[in-house]
Design a protein around this ligand. Structure first.
Ligand code: FAD
Ligand code: A2P
Length: 282
């Protein structure tokens, strides 16, 4: 059992009465990207097994001495020794107003019960796999993109990430760069498999090389002509979707229009969807 020190609003260092919990994990790295986004890594419980793409409950000890937990996609792959998370900072958010202040050596709570639908088992075999994401919806795909199975199972892997502004693409862009250039990742995924990966970042409210909502770019066919792939078809294409409720709703309609059906762990089909968060956004 590890001693967990609560993180208070003032600073991550200032602690009140320590509490004992078996689920404490130590922060090993923190990186800030914008005033709304950061990522961090923590130690991994030895007994924790998960499938790339799943989520867990994580959080901090509240000042009332009770855990304050939220769902978080594990952004690291299942083979990694540590766990990585990619997080929003909600100014008044009960958890993230505090979580954004964590520093290396601090502790968080992690409930080791991974679940989720964004897993390979929930899809029927196919030729081309699409990951459609907005905002922090990139997180489960940061896990799946570093999992060799993703490239073993498909001929092509397409990740789309749409954000309002260019800086919000940084975490994803750096991740893709590391898959292509980091020696360990290249070796794990296989150099021959790297050509299967196509990265398609777009922005909607700031100038960038590719602008527009991905839904618009699917509807007007630009996504397919830009990538040199045929339009969506249920025979060859599989998809995983993670974004806001409105985004998930609109992508689902487009996938269904193309003839793809939604699957689940217990009933694998052609696409699966998970919420990146609950609520209307900030
Ligand atoms: P909350 O009270 O939980 O949220 C306040 C409001 O902030 C929400 O109503 C919503 O409008 C907005 N909001 C919350 N989360 C986000 C977000 N991620 N992006 C944009 N707006 C948001 N969050 C992550 O940052 N990374 C993840 O990997 C992640 N995975 C999730 C997986 C699942 C299955 C679900 C259901 C949620 C996930 N979330 C993730 C959201 C997360 O659970 C919390 O909502 C988030 O950490 C904010 O917590 P909070 O207590 O500060 O604010
Ligand atoms: P837009 O700027 O046109 O709203 P948010 O931060 O609101 O979650 O949005 C993240 C990204 O997802 C933004 O680029 C946003 O575009 C886009 N987006 C939001 N809702 C939808 C939707 N229903 N369909 C497609 N893209 C969406």
């Amino acid at each position: 059992m590890t001693e967990l020190k609560p993180v208070t609003e003032a600073t991550a260092q200032k602690v009140s009465k320590p509490v004992m919990t078996p689920d404490a994990q130590t922060v090993t790295e923190v990186r800030h990207y914008t005033d709304r986004l950061f990522s961090f890594r923590v130690t991994r419980p030895q007994s924790l097994r998960f499938r790339s793409g799943e989520f867990v409950m994580i959080g901090l000890m509240g000042e009332n001495g009770r855990p304050l937990l939220r769902a978080y996609s594990i952004a690291s792959p299942s083979w990694d020794d540590e766990l990585e998370f990619y997080s929003i900072k909600v100014p008044d958010g009960p958890l993230t107003s505090k979580l954004q202040h964590i520093q290396v050596g601090d502790q968080i709570i992690l409930r080791p019960k991974p679940v989720g639908t964004l897993v390979h088992d929930a899809l029927e075999p196919g030729r081309r796999l699409y990951f459609f994401s907005t905002g922090t919806g990139f997180a489960p795909f940061a896990s799946l993109l570093r999992d060799p199975q993703t490239y073993e199972d498909y001929d092509e892997v397409i990740i789309t990430h749409t954000c309002r502004e260019v800086a919000e693409l940084t975490y994803g862009a750096e991740l893709i760069d590391s898959i292509r250039n980091d020696e360990l990742l290249v070796e794990l995924i296989g150099e021959d498999n790297l050509s299967k990966l196509k990265y398609y970042p777009t922005t909607t409210r700031e100038e960038s090389p590719k602008m527009g909502r991905i839904t618009t770019l699917i509807e007007n066919g630009e996504l397919f002509s830009d990538l040199g792939v045929p339009p969506l078809d249920p025979e060859n294409d599989r998809a995983m979707v993670c974004g806001s409720l409105a985004f998930n709703h609109d992508i689902k309609a487009l996938l269904e229009k193309a003839g793809l059906e939604e699957g689940a762990n217990s009933d694998p089909k052609q696409f699966v969807i998970e919420k990146a968060f609950v609520g209307d956004g900030i």
